[in-house]
Design a protein around this ligand. Structure first.
Ligand code: 3PG
Length: 390
């Protein structure tokens, strides 16, 4: 794959697809993580003398109409502040855009364009006609085969991977393809059903697999313990058992909690009780791992060579049920392992426990991060490879 840094950009019209899909409340951006990650790419293109057009989606507006709530206006404003020069938001751009050398403009939300979602060829060609060089840098959207992430790559005069996309692929590849062992993965979240492919793929690679949240509850049920009123998936107990058996057959450890924190209801003020995993009663809900389990998991993390973290192990939004996640977060922060964290809830936990600068790599991908861990080829990356080989 050609990289943006391999190309001469001076005077060229450079269209950069970023994932600037950030949470916005009342017109204010509430997390700039993705913007911070994209900024160096945009600056590099500007400093190289390119005519820079930044393309992104935001949310999921309906195609063919303007939706003020999904406008990239707050993002353009933010970028202007960071670049020290106003950044124009161009609404009508499919027929061509005037941009000066060293100028940066933002093109309005590409999901308002008819054909974006279904990877329409005519729209892909229009994007391609805007530029001399198309740079794919939106790792967070690389799992979508859409006109601005996939189709355009077939038709743009020149294409390249941007530094952010490259860094993501490099870090994730390092963690999964050539990991320092032991490779430990933490996969947590509410449902086994949404992460079954991920669990299946990881069993073939990891040395230790720690599960948490509703996923762990289904595993606890599979191990034959009662889970009371806990969130779990009875239909997936058999699947969970298979994951455990398969992982162990391949020599991986799948430790289960020895103690848990239970409560009579799901609420911030519910009374929390620590008990052995085999003592959960009807009506009780498991909302966190217990302290002994957290201690054991932290020990495994301390001994790991690589840690891949997706999902909090308890209901960490409620302080009474956040200790497990907090202990693991600090264990990851203190470990010498190459560590990767990704996914919305995980990043919220990373923020809450203030360990962002102690993680080796924080992915900007949600769905894309998961699909990479599932072992799927991301369509945007496949398209870049196809162009590189043609
Ligand atoms: C994300 O937030 O995961 C990406 O921006 C992709 O968004 P989408 O799920 O709406 O395609």
């Amino acid at each position: 794959i050609t990289r943006m840094s391999d190309l001469e950009l001076r005077g060229k019209r450079v269209l950069i697809r970023e994932d600037l899909n950030v949470p916005i409340e009342d017109g204010r951006i509430t997390s700039t993580q993705r913007l911070d990650a994209a900024l160096p790419t945009i600056k590099a293109a500007r400093d190289a003398g390119a005519k820079v057009m930044v393309l992104s989606h935001l949310g999921r507006p309906k195609e063919g109409q303007f939706d003020a709530e999904s406008s990239l206006a707050p993002v353009a404003k933010w970028l202007g502040g960071k670049l020290g020069a106003p950044v124009r938001l161009v609404a009508d751009y499919l027929g061509g855009v005037d941009v000066a050398e060293g100028e940066v403009v933002v093109l309005e939300n590409c999901r308002m364009n008819v054909g974006e979602g279904k990877d329409d060829e005519a729209l892909s060609k229009k994007y391609a006609a805007l530029c001399d060089v198309f740079v794919m840098d939106a790792f967070g959207t690389a799992h979508r085969a859409q006109a601005s992430t996939h189709g355009v790559i077939r038709f743009a005069p020149q294409v390249a991977a941007g530094p952010l996309l490259w860094a993501e692929l490099d870090a994730l590849g390092k963690a999964l393809e050539q990991p320092a062992h032991p490779l430990l993965a933490i996969v947590a979240g509410s449902k086994v059903s949404t992460k079954l492919t991920l669990l299946d793929n990881l069993t073939a690679k990891v040395d230790q697999l720690i599960v948490g949240g509703g996923i762990a509850n289904t595993f606890i049920a599979a191990a034959g313990y009662g889970v009371g009123n806990s969130l779990y998936e009875p239909d997936l107990v058999e699947a969970a058992r298979k994951v455990m058996t398969e992982a162990r057959r391949r020599g991986a450890e799948v430790p289960l909690p020895v103690d848990v924190v239970v409560a009579p209801e799901f609420s911030a003020n519910a009374s929390a009780t620590v008990k052995p995993v085999d003592a959960v009663k009807d009506g009780e809900m498991i909302l966190d791992i217990g302290p002994e389990t957290a201690r054991r998991y932290a020990e495994l993390i301390a001994g790991a060579g690589t840690v891949v973290w997706n999902g909090p192990v308890g209901v960490f939004e409620f302080d009474a049920f956040g200790k497990g996640t907090e202990t693991l977060a600090h264990a990851i922060a203190d470990s010498k392992a190459f560590s990767i964290a990704g996914g919305g809830d995980t990043l919220a936990a990373v923020d809450k426990y203030g360990i962002a600068d102690k993680i080796s790599y924080i992915s900007t991908g949600g769905g894309a991060f998961l699909e990479f861990l599932e072992g799927k080829e991301l369509p945007a990356v496949a398209a870049l490879k196809a162009r590189a080989n043609s």
